[in-house]
Design a protein around this ligand. Structure first.
Ligand SMILES: Nc1ncnc2c1ncn2[C@@H]1O[C@H](COP(=O)(O)OP(=O)(O)OP(=O)(O)O)[C@@H](O)[C@H]1O
Length: 241
């Protein structure tokens, strides 16, 4: 007997956050936030300081358990746990760099490959994609910050994730380096959830953008829609009143 094909609902593919709320004691860090990251798409989350961007990232990684709301991956309920992300095809980079100082660039990326059950060649592919092949045998400590950040990205990509979570990848980078990072992100085959301060980067690489202010969604749309949205302008100018 043939098994019936599973019901497929294209609207449930990828990662979905449904009405997420997070409270830290009396402080509401996220309030009724819904967001979908479809396969292969790049979705950005922006907002002023304290808007809740990192909290949202931490909810998806499993570092923070939401007070309310649900998360699904391909329509199935998901309770993220940091150590289980790789198995689900989700990789992440965190703020800063976090490389092993005593290991070469290649060895650092190999750690990611082994963790994800990938072959060593995939480490070279990830280095190549991130433009850090020439530094493969160097120790990270002596490399410029922007190069180390690319190595951290290579370590995340070596798992060949279907969803990559990037937490402020442009932090500490100059304008040219941010532009290069933008090109790299645009060329990625996986879905990307990008939490970022730098509007220019987000506008350049995202298919859609969610804007948070004081934990609440104030706008959601394409870069062109967001650029002209009055609520966004107000949030960034601090002139909501
Ligand atoms: N673990 C925590 N305990 C208590 N309050 C927290 C905690 N984490 C975040 N907050 C508070 O939640 C709110 C949202 O913080 P969050 O770091 O998510 O904002 P953000 O948009 O990432 O800000 P930034 O751009 O400055 O990094 C802030 O008021 C912050 O002080």
């Amino acid at each position: 007997m043939t098994r019936p094909a599973p019901a497929t609902d294209p609207d449930s593919d990828g990662l979905s956050l449904h009405r997420i709320g997070v409270r830290f004691g009396g402080l509401v860090a996220l309030d009724d936030v819904s967001l979908r990251v479809p396969p292969g798409r790049t979705v950005g989350v922006i907002g002023p300081n304290g808007a809740g961007k990192t909290t949202l990232f931490n909810v998806v990684c499993g570092f923070v358990t939401p007070t309310t709301g649900t998360i699904t991956l391909d329509g199935r309920a998901l309770r993220p746990r940091p150590h289980r992300l790789a198995r689900l095809g989700i990789a992440r980079t965190l703020q800063g760099v976090g490389l092993f100082g005593g290991l070469t660039v290649l060895e650092n990326v190999m750690v990611g490959a082994e963790h994800a059950g990938r072959r060593p060649e995939s480490a070279w592919e990830a280095l190549e994609r991130c433009g850090v092949t020439p530094q493969a045998h160097a120790l990270p400590g002596g490399l410029p910050y922007a190069v180390r950040k690319r190595v951290a990205l290579a370590r995340a990509l070596v798992a060949q994730p279907r969803l990559l979570l990037l937490d402020e990848p442009a932090g500490g980078l100059g304008a040219d380096e941010i532009a290069e990072l933008g090109e790299l992100i645009t060329g990625l085959p996986c879905a990307v959830l990008l939490v970022e301060h730098h509007m220019d980067l987000v506008m350049a690489v995202c298919d859609e953008i969610l804007v948070l202010d004081f934990g609440k969604p104030v706008a959601h749309g394409t870069p062109a829609e967001i650029r002209t949205d009055q609520a966004v302008v107000d949030a960034y100018l601090g002139a909501a009143a």
